[in-house]
Design a protein. Structure first.
Lengths: 358, 247, 294
């Protein structure tokens, strides 16, 4: 173990020039976030709003879990609904078939899905990006197909009723409140995991993979093992998110569980909020989740929400691939520091080089 | 590290792309503890050779040995761990990581717990700062790598390679695209590091640098070595003149 | 399985495989030239099918005639898509970002189809819709034959374009070594645009063929993109002959499995093949060095 008081030891570097002020602001922001989450159920005017709160938190769990692989490695999974859907079904089937306690079933479901993610990762992560995306979409399509047809086991396209973990004496608003807090706890765990990985050597290796996989390998990063670790961790949390949602919602339909659209929401939320930051996906989930719920209640289930989602995703990809919030902050920063224009843009150079090498 | 062991050596190494033989049965042995140079006209297979040795590309045939161990076909991170560090032609850094983070990437020990340990621990950060100071860019540690100049990126890449504490360092055109002052600085660093016992294998087009710096020169043409020896010997070799000047 | 049933399934498999081959050729073409996984390929396929259906509904003419409009239209749209959208993406993250972009386009097309023509299932009714011919005990629907012929002719044309014309040479050069292609004076950007247009034109033809024989609805494209992506991975990303061979083999396999397993489970053969390929030979079975990197 290295000696923390060695002469070269220095405080952990922070990006800001004034670490104390930044740290105070960060802690204040975190406390405010916790306070908002804790108080929300008592502030919500009616059970409907509270249930919207549960949905948004669920989206936040899924997006944050997605970001464990998407944000760290840059490998975009469009079929993460496969893991949330499997988590829901695993939880429900374990309760129904084995009579397991619902909460144990939830955790066991998460572990099972994490195991399933291993062969998926082995197949899709040995080569670069394209195969991973293709497998992610294929996975969700094949699961939708099989869960619709496999009547004996999954209830087929008729759906599956999930037993409620709380007795009938617990009324609807109370149910919503409990699940709101449960989702908040899960979200906190997912955020904590992201934070811990981000600061670790594993995280340093993962971020290096995102930036330049060949280079990372040449520096000794075991890229395949790291990518697999990220995927399995992500699948585990995504499955817990799906399972918890299933316990709350009480019903599973393969069309919605294994929906391409749900996977798209996870990507859109993370991209919108910024994949490189801890709270980016959460922020994206609040914005997109709220918009989706409002859109649904205003216009019903029309095809327009597909168009809106598609157009929004396209615009983000084309104009703000780093996320809307990061783009806005860097825009503000750049205006503030307009004087310090660098003479050579190294990124432009890198892009040109990349282009030349293609 | 004793000098009795062999450094990087290849036996009948072959790699084709489509119908083109980029490396054509190359058997080369680099000298342990020395500054080796690998030169040759454009397209003679030097970078492909580097990529085969460091595991970025799998050779079609032949073997690569390092310190008398067969490392053919090992994945790049295993080769890096066995003690070979490398830089890339045109210099590659992680553009959106800070200068300090760039260097810290190279600390990837065995064992899950070791890997889950904070990457910004005092020991690692201290060593990274030492290396940044050594190459002379420690004042930039908080800048993102994409925001520093090309020459600084080259130095950063070298610091990152050194963080892995490699015994053998393979540099692909270290002087390419940088100003003469920086070339001098890089050359000095190479000499210093070599004096500490590190072996170098350098691909370089700057002949003045190659001849001034290296102890042993291998000349490639059309995917195989055509001459080797001290700079003075190689310079007078008629085959080398022919390959370079087409006479 | 009886011999007659086997022969019937085999023929149907080959006919379906032909259509898959054409569509997969387009999909792998984009990847070869631009490293783009074009998720919207099958959405354009369904769009073309809708246009053929709508053309037939409003004009009463044979939907095949809609090709005169849709093929040039799609070619231009494809060219524009590459030049004005895909080329805007940063080269460094092109593969992943292009997936997201084309995915967004697919969602938009699906939504617009549902918005304009509702989610109702549509089908073209033609005088020859129900007719079939019988050869050696095997009965083949005429529409399937037409669809196959269309696919075979287009695939042949694509082959001739790529092998025999100077544009084809430029395109292949761009695929294999873009930098070298630029050095010998090929305008690779323009070639990439034209390649994209060519790929999308195959979707127009495939869509029209599809409209003859299938009931169509907006979300149908998901049922196509899965198998098509599996085909191009099995064939080796970027390899057109690989895509064609994999398409025929998997089409026949799916068709044969349909008898004992039913339609849904037979579909899984594509995904199984995808999974097995990535496990044992990630670069695909017919792909070159290109596929190894992706």
């Amino acid at each position: 173990m290295p000696n923390a008081s060695s002469p070269t030891a220095a405080p952990a570097p922070t990006r800001s020039g004034r670490p104390t002020a930044a740290r105070v602001a960060r802690i204040a922001g975190l406390l405010a976030l916790v306070a908002v989450v804790l108080l929300f159920p008592s502030l919500a005017p009616d059970p409907f709003i509270l249930s919207v709160g549960v949905v948004i938190l669920s989206y936040a769990v899924l997006a944050t879990s997605w970001n464990l692989v998407g944000g760290f490695t840059g490998y975009i999974s469009l079929g993460h609904a496969a893991y949330s859907g499997l988590g829901g079904y695993a939880t429900a089937l374990l309760i129904l078939r084995t009579g397991l306690d619902p909460w144990l079933a939830l955790i066991a479901g998460g572990l099972i899905v994490a195991l399933i993610a291993i062969p998926v990762g082995i197949a899709s992560l040995r080569v670069r990006g394209a195969s991973f995306v293709i497998v992610s979409i294929a996975l969700v399509l094949i699961l939708q197909l099989t869960f619709q047809s496999w009547h004996d086991f999954t209830g087929g396209s008729g759906g599956l009723r999930v037993p409620r973990p709380f007795g009938t004496e617990v009324l609807r608003p109370e149910q919503h409140e409990r699940f709101f807090y449960l989702h908040a706890v899960l979200l906190a765990l997912a955020l904590l995991t992201w934070w811990a990985i981000e600061r670790s050597r594993l995280g340093a290796g993962l971020k290096a993979i995102r930036e330049d996989e060949d280079k990372a390998q040449a520096l000794g990063v075991p890229t395949f093992a790291y990518k697999l670790t990220a995927l399995v961790t992500s699948a585990f949390f995504t499955a817990l998110g799906g399972g918890l949602y299933a316990l709350w919602f009480g019903y599973l339909d393969p069309i919605f569980q294994f929906s391409i659209l749900v996977g798209t929401y996870m990507v859109l939320m993370s991209l919108l909020g910024g994949v490189r930051s801890l709270f980016g996906p959460l922020l994206g989930a609040v914005v997109v989740g709220y918009a989706v719920e409002v859109f649904k209640s205003q216009y019903g289930d029309t095809q327009l929400h597909l168009v809106a989602t598609g157009v929004l995703l396209g615009l983000v990809v084309l104009f703000m691939p780093d996320g809307v919030i990061p783009a806005l902050t860097s825009f503000v920063n750049r205006r503030r520091r307009a004087a310090s224009i660098r003479e050579v843009s190294a990124e432009e150079l890198a892009n040109q080089r990349e282009e030349a090498a293609r | 590290m004793t000098g009795s062991q062999g450094s990087v050596a290849t036996q009948d190494l072959t790699k084709s792309f489509g119908g083109v033989r980029a490396i054509d049965g190359a058997s080369v042995a680099f000298k342990e503890g020395e500054i080796n140079a690998l030169i040759g006209p454009n397209g003679s297979g030097k970078t492909t050779f580097f990529n085969c040795v460091t595991g970025m590309i799998r050779p079609d045939a032949g073997t690569v040995t390092y310190q008398d161990r067969d490392v053919t076909g090992l994945p790049p991170h295993r080769i890096a761990r066995s003690g070979i560090g490398r830089s890339f032609q045109l210099c590659r850094v992680f553009p959106r990581l800070t200068v300090l983070e760039n260097v810290l990437v190279a600390v990837q020990p065995h064992g899950l717990l070791q890997r889950l340990r904070g990457s910004r621990n005092a020991a690692d950060v201290g060593r990274a700062r030492e290396l940044l100071a050594r190459v002379g860019i420690d004042h930039l540690e908080h800048a993102e790598a994409r925001d520093i100049s090309y020459g600084q990126q080259k130095l950063l890449e070298l610091a990152g390679v050194l963080m892995g504490d490699p015994h053998t360092i393979m540099l692909d055109e270290p002087a390419g695209g940088v100003n003469p002052a920086l070339v001098e600085r890089i050359a000095d660093l190479v000499r210093e590091l070599n004096a500490e016992g590190r072996t170098f294998i350098i691909v370089e087009h700057n002949m003045e640098l190659v001849m001034g710096l290296s102890d042993h020169v291998v000349v490639f043409d059309r995917g195989r070595p055509i001459a080797q020896g001290t700079p003075a010997v190689v310079q007078d070799d008629p085959l080398v003149l022919e390959a370079y000047l087409g006479v | 399985m009886t011999g007659a049933l086997f022969a019937q399934s085999l023929v149907l498999g080959v006919l379906l495989g032909g259509l898959y081959a054409l569509l997969a050729a387009g999909l792998t073409l984009y990847f070869g030239v631009m490293r783009v996984v074009m998720i919207a390929h099958s959405a354009f396929l369904i769009l073309a099918a809708y246009l053929a259906w709508y053309f037939h509904e409003t004009s009463g003419l044979d939907p095949l005639l809609s090709l005169v409009i849709t093929v040039p239209l799609f070619f231009v749209v494809g060219y524009g898509m590459q030049r004005f959208l895909v080329s805007r993406l940063r080269p460094i993250s092109l593969t992943t970002m292009s997936v997201l972009l084309t995915f967004a386009i697919a969602l938009t097309i699906e939504g617009l189809l549902g918005f304009v023509w509702t989610g109702t299932q549509r089908r073209v009714q033609l005088g020859y819709s129900g007719t079939s011919i019988e050869v050696a005990g095997v009965s083949i629907a005429v529409v399937k034959l037409i669809a196959f012929a269309l696919a075979a002719i287009s695939l042949g044309a694509l082959f001739v374009i790529l092998r025999k014309t100077s544009f084809g040479r430029a395109l292949r050069a761009t695929t294999q070594h873009p930098e070298a292609a630029r050095l010998v004076g090929i305008d690779t950007d323009r070639v990439a645009g034209l390649g994209f247009g060519l790929g999308l034109a195959t979707a127009a033809i495939g869509g029209t063929a599809l409209a003859l024989d299938y009931t169509i609805y907006p979300s149908l494209h998901w049922h196509w993109i899965g198998p098509l992506m599996a085909i191009i991975v099995v064939g080796g990303l970027g390899s057109i002959p690989g895509a064609a061979i994999a398409a025929l083999l998997l089409g026949v396999a799916a068709s044969l499995l349909q008898v004992p397993l039913g339609t849904t489970w037979a579909q899984t053969v594509f995904y199984l093949a995808l999974f097995v390929t990535l496990m044992i030979r990630p670069q695909g079975f017919f792909g070159g060095r290109l596929a190894q990197r992706f």
